[in-house]
Ligand binder design. Sequence first.
Ligand code: ATP
Length: 326
Amino acid sequence: MHAINCIGILTSGGDAPGMNAAIRAVTRTALYNGFGVKGIYHGYRGLINNEVETLTTDSVSNIIQRGGTILKTARSKEFETSEGRKTAFDNIQAHGIDALVVIGGDGSLAGARVLAAEYDFPIVGLPGTIDNDLSGTDTTIGYDTALNTITWAVDKIRDTAMSHERLFFIEVMGRNAGFLALNGAVATGAEAAIIPEIATEVDQLAELIQSGFRKSKNSSIVLVAESEVTGGAMGLAERVKREYPEYEVRVTILGHIQRGGSPTAADRILATRMGEAAVNALIEGQRNVMVGIQDDRLVYVPFSKAIRDDKPINRDLLQTIKMLSV
Ligand code: ATP
């Protein structure tokens, strides 16, 4: 491996609050260590379209508090082809980039893994996704902010749910992961969380209704993880209307509000620590790893492990939620 002189950085997939704090930390740690830094706009699509600019310390001023990503993000079908990746790699070389930091979710890190393997090129990943669905890390950049946004939004919905004595299904993001729904339910005192991790084992809705979860209450809030497996909030509401017409049901889909906003202190600190660690990883000769955090310690997780679809979720919390909604 030849020496690293210039580090490229990109954000890819869904944006997440804290990505800017990570961009800032990577850029400034790299500059501090004497490297050049190139920002690639629009993720892998921008790598293919040659949207590359030099970043200076001023480029990342005043962004630590901003949601979204100053480098923009995108999804790219072309990058999933070997021709697309060839163009991307030609551009990497043309710009003198010797190593890449990729900030994104499991898809983005899967892409990084393929590129790194095809061209024997050093890449370090940072887990940037509100879904918290990357393995080998306790949490991901953006998750805490999204969880707080969900808590804020559900608190407001609770006011109207209480006043009208209604059953609310509130759908939250997470793709195929229930972390936001489960922990959002705990944080808001919801009556239940319906999550994909256990959807194939039990009929969560039937269990919920049969346990008479609404008997002593004048309103109920159920958080539902978006997923084909759970049926989403709409699917569940339709089922309740059909099977239990005595309930007055409403649906709220929180949607993209969950991605936005200023990152929480926890996400800014996490992104800053991880951004610094990404550059240190490259200096140490690490490659093809994601920076993760376990018990407050930064760790390197091989891409192959990080993108595995088996991150454990704390199922005990389902029982906690059930018990506390007596
Ligand atoms: P989020 O979890 O927030 O949606 P993500 O990073 O998982 O973010 P994806 O849309 O899954 O978002 O992936 C982003 C991009 O990564 C894709 O548009 C594609 O360009 C690239 N990518 C994903 N999987 C692969 C793969 N197996 N091979 C090559 N590239 C991939």
